[in-house]
Design a protein around this ligand. Structure first.
Ligand code: ZN
Length: 259
């Protein structure tokens, strides 16, 4: 059976919008230690319980012009943006992995990264409830799938160990915390899913991105040297790039070194 061209992209975009809607709930509730399943969404102002037609990704937001149906309180633009970003990221995964078992596996990984990206950005925390099971699940999956159990375990050790050493060294040197242990656990999780090679690439990419973002913020006088760029947010972007394009990036880079 052949499907019309573009079918996979459309299905993944729609799936991404719906998953993105659930990720919004996770982003909003996990830092408050609330259940992500129950109760249903309510307006924080008037308590209006959202009906199914208020919960259609992007469409409801547009139809309601970004306001609560009951009290007209503005709804954060973040909700539709997360839904759209998730849809786009899901489609990019199709181009990166195609119809393979790695597609659903890496979609789950990406979903966790999206949640960590925003929670760290807003609250400067990386909930254990994602990172700790994330480490375990990554290692278990590696028993059957790339990068394989050895690379996965080395990834956990390198990811966690590297950041732990930096955090510990910085603390002894400057007596301030350069990063929290949330970052350590998150990079260990990335190592478990992607293996040692890609966790190192993730660290390099995230550090470069963090430096770039910091420079732009300082340049535009929106921050000073003491402003902390949430590192988990940078790690999420680095890990997402490494997950989808890491092998091609490394091949290109090593090719340049060789040529
Ligand atoms: Zn309301």
């Amino acid at each position: 059976m052949t499907l019309p061209p573009g079918t996979a992209e459309i299905v993944l975009a729609l799936l991404g919008l719906c998953i993105g809607s659930f990720l919004n709930v996770c982003i909003h509730r996990l830092p408050l230690k609330q259940s992500v399943v129950h109760p249903g969404s309510r307006c924080p102002d008037c308590g209006y319980a959202l009906r199914w037609y208020d919960n259609v990704p992007v469409v409801s937001y547009a139809a309601l012009r970004g306001r609560c149906r009951s009290c007209a309180r503005p709804i954060s633009l973040q909700y539709p943006l997360v839904e759209i970003a998730t849809g786009v990221i899901f489609v990019l995964h199709w181009y990166a992995f195609g119809p393979t078992i790695m597609l659903p596996v890496r979609l789950v990984f990406a979903a966790a990264l999206i949640v960590l990206f925003l929670i760290d950005l807003e609250h400067q925390i990386l909930p254990d409830v994602i990172t700790l099971p994330g480490i375990v699940i990554g290692v278990i999956l590696s028993l059957f799938l790339p990068p394989g159990p050895l690379m996965s375990l080395l990834g956990v050790a390198a990811g966690g160990g590297l950041l732990w050493a930096i955090a510990e060294g910085w603390y002894r040197l400057r007596k301030v915390e350069a990063m929290g242990f949330g970052d350590v656990k998150m990079l260990a999780m990335v190592g478990g899913w992607l293996g040692i090679k890609m966790v190192l690439l993730t660290f390099v990419l995230s550090s470069m991105l963090g430096g770039l973002v910091g420079a732009v913020l300082i340049g535009s006088r929106r921050a000073d040297m003491a402003t902390r760029v949430p590192f988990g947010t940078m790690l999420a972007v680095g890990a997402l790039v490494a997950s989808m394009y890491g092998e091609s990036l490394l091949a290109w880079y090593l090719g340049r070194l060789g040529g």
